[in-house]
Ligand binder design. Structure first.
Ligand code: NAG
Ligand code: NAG
Ligand code: NAG
Length: 231
């Protein structure tokens, strides 16, 4: 669906880009890197442009119109909101305006300037492998290696994020994932029969781990002691 819209947009771009009364506007965003499901706010501004009437302001992504709003003559800023942004909202944003109304597919055109918005995934499946044999004996040491092969975007250049080891749908372990190394390991020290199963690894690119984080978690602690089997 998105591909079809993008194609239509490219085609109309070639036909309509001569439209005389669509003008570029400036674009501003508070944040250009946001996490998935958070709201994206961008402002299109016609500040310094002479307007004889109210205008229609269009927000474009990669040259395609996605939203429009009316701006009164005495206003210069129009705030656009994309609620609960998803990964496909990443792209190059720009703004145009016109005294006349156009459909979103008609405004295909570059704005005055472009800002690149990146939406960071909350969960990403990672590659998982077992170091050594995937058949082990009870009591054996098992090491899972979890890696990400594509470039990983994180919030604010975060260096460490979280990763989960899951067995089917259950989260078994949480680890810190080193973004520069693109690797983390999970260990089962002393496998038992019920550890057999399907394991997967999930990384959380929008969830930054700060090295001093573990020291701020208050006072609720509990100590568990395991003794040998009672007779
Ligand atoms: C967005 O702009 C950047 C820099 O100009 C460019 O490298 C990139 O390919 C553009 N992305 C899209 C989807 O057009
Ligand atoms: C665990 O996942 C595997 C494959 O993903 C599936 O075949 C199996 O039925 C699942 N087991 C449970 C208990 O959900
Ligand atoms: C993270 O990876 C980098 C690059 O491999 C390495 O230099 C650094 O020591 C690693 N940090 C930790 C805490 O493992």
């Amino acid at each position: 669906m998105n591909i079809i819209i993008a194609l239509l947009c490219v085609l109309t771009n070639q036909v309509i880009s001569q439209t005389e009364d669509i003008f570029p506007a400036k674009i501003l965003a508070q944040q250009t890197i946001i996490s998935e499901n958070s709201d994206l706010y961008v402002t299109c501004t016609t500040l310094g442009r002479k307007k004889d009437s109210s205008v229609h302001v269009y927000l474009l992504v990669n040259g395609c119109g996605i939203q429009n709003l009316t701006q009164k003559q005495d206003q210069s800023d129009t705030l656009f909101t994309i609620s609960s942004a998803s990964l496909h909202h990443s792209g190059n944003y720009s703004c145009v305006y016109s005294p006349n109304h156009y459909t979103l597919s008609e405004v295909a055109k570059k704005g005055d300037d472009i800002i690149q918005i990146l939406v960071i995934a909350n969960f990403l499946p990672a590659d998982i492998s077992i170091v050594g044999s995937s058949t082990v004996h009870e009591g054996d040491y098992v090491e899972f290696q979890c890696t990400v092969s594509q470039h990983l975007h994180t919030l604010g250049g975060c260096k460490f994020i979280y990763a989960y080891l899951r067995k089917n749908v259950t989260i078994l372990q949480v680890q810190v994932f080193n973004v520069s190394q693109m690797l983390t390991t999970f260990i089962i020290d002393g496998a038992v029969l019920r550890d057999s199963g399907h394991y997967s690894c999930i990384v959380l690119p929008s969830k930054c781990f700060y090295e001093h984080e573990h020291t701020v978690h208050g006072t609720n602690k509990v100590f568990l002691q395991v003794k040998g089997k009672a007779l």
